[in-house]
Ligand binder design. Structure first.
Ligand code: ADP
Ligand code: MG
Length: 360
């Protein structure tokens, strides 16, 4: 093995936007036969857009004691507009792609202080991330306290109306008149936390997911109120990149914490069959999926961008991080794809093979 060839190879990589951590990485890259791809931000743009806010009609089944009622005791729906405002106030403190889309749609922008523990550092174990809203920011007249992000689940916080003018709310009286407990996340996660999710809400989620959307539920004071429907298209280069990895002899597998419908939709867009889609994987389970594939005799390359991908990237035989992603993902990886373009993964494989061929 000539050090010169390796130097030339890694130098060429840098020109191609492929940053290789060390000489031993070339051999690992050459050997990979499976490539596990994170969905959000790796295969897809990672920039979701809010497409719809669905507020299912309140039914008798949903009218528990938690249901706000007006002076006549009649069950009252929270309008979509108000559901979005409350959800956006809390999501403004998170940098998850879902959160960014919701906050932007409401125009509250991102008020997360930096460095954001969800993106940089963060609990590597995927534990909750706590944060207080900094300063006096109170977009839309709402203030958030007690914010907690639960990776793979959702976010929660107490939202207080800082001044009058936002939907006058039910006159339920008593303490906390101006304060609502707001949670936004996966329906299953909300239910696990004791939130009432009416059948109409579940149906709306299922409808949206069947079309390939990501659907999260907004709950106010313990009852699911609305469904936020989001979409995240594949990057224009992903299909070609995955085709090329396949031609190079690697089997692409899509791995995501998102729902089955959104996962299969994205997979179809880029030519990955349903059988090679692994959905609804919690952040701390992604690494176990990699280990399982390895125990089946596969040599696994993993491409990811999120904090949630870090353990999987480190477990894989070869970790590749999108340069557009989080620092944590890059630190856990052997290669950084500077341009955030999945085609660089194929370039890395070709480069390593060419370089090692020269050496041998
Ligand atoms: P992915 O692998 O697609 O990046 P994650 O593990 O980050 O998925 O999230 C999985 C699911 O958890 C999301 O699809 C969403 O339903 C829910 N979720 C995570 N974070 C949030 C958030 N900030 N707001 C709402 N829902 C969230
Ligand atoms: Mg991702």
């Amino acid at each position: 093995a000539t050090p010169t060839a390796i130097l030339v190879g890694t130098g060429r990589g840098a020109q191609l936007g492929v940053l290789i951590r060390g000489p031993e990485v070339l051999e690992k890259t050459r050997r990979a036969d499976t490539v596990v791809l994170d969905k959000t931000g790796t295969v897809t743009q990672g920039r979701m857009t809010l497409e719809d806010v669905v507020v299912p009609a309140a039914s008798s089944a949903a009218s528990g004691s938690a249901q706000p009622s007006d002076a006549t005791g009649e069950v009252r729906e929270v309008p979509a507009r108000e559901v979005l405002r409350y959800a956006a106030a809390v999501e403004a403190l998170s940098e998850h792609p879902v959160a960014r889309a919701v906050a932007q749609a409401e125009g509250v922008g991102q008020v997360a202080p930096r460095p954001d523990p969800e993106r940089h550092g963060g609990p590597a174990d995927g534990g909750p991330v706590r944060r207080e809203q900094d300063g006096s920011a109170s977009d839309g007249g709402l203030e958030v306290s007690g914010f907690v992000a639960h990776p793979g689940g959702g976010v929660e916080g107490l939202v207080r109306r800082s001044h009058a003018g936002l939907g006058s709310g039910p006159a339920s009286g008593g303490a906390g008149l101006n304060t609502r407990r707001v949670a936004v996340g996966r329906a299953g996660w909300l239910e696990d936390r004791g939130v009432a999710v009416p059948a109409e809400v579940t149906t709306a989620v299922e409808h949206a997911e069947a079309t390939g959307a990501t659907a999260v539920v907004a709950a106010i004071d313990g009852t699911a109120r609305g469904v936020l429907v989001l979409r995240d298209p594949a990057k224009p280069t992903s299909a070609a990149a995955i085709g090329e990895l396949r031609e190079l002899g690697l089997r692409p597998v899509l791995l995501t914490g998102d729902n089955e419908g959104a996962a299969r939709h994205a997979a179809r867009e880029v030519g990955i069959p349903d059988d090679d889609v692994i959905a609804r994987v919690l952040p701390d389970e992604k690494a176990a999926v990699i280990s399982r594939l390895q125990s089946e005799g596969r040599t696994v390359a993993m491409v990811g961008d999120g904090v949630n991908d870090a353990a999987a990237l480190a477990t894989a035989d070869l970790g590749l991080a999108m340069g557009t992603g989080t620092d944590v993902a890059m630190e856990a990886s052997d290669i950084t794809l500077v341009r955030g373009d999945l085609r660089s993964a194929g370039a890395a494989v070709r480069l390593s093979r060419r370089t090692l061929r020269i050496i041998k």
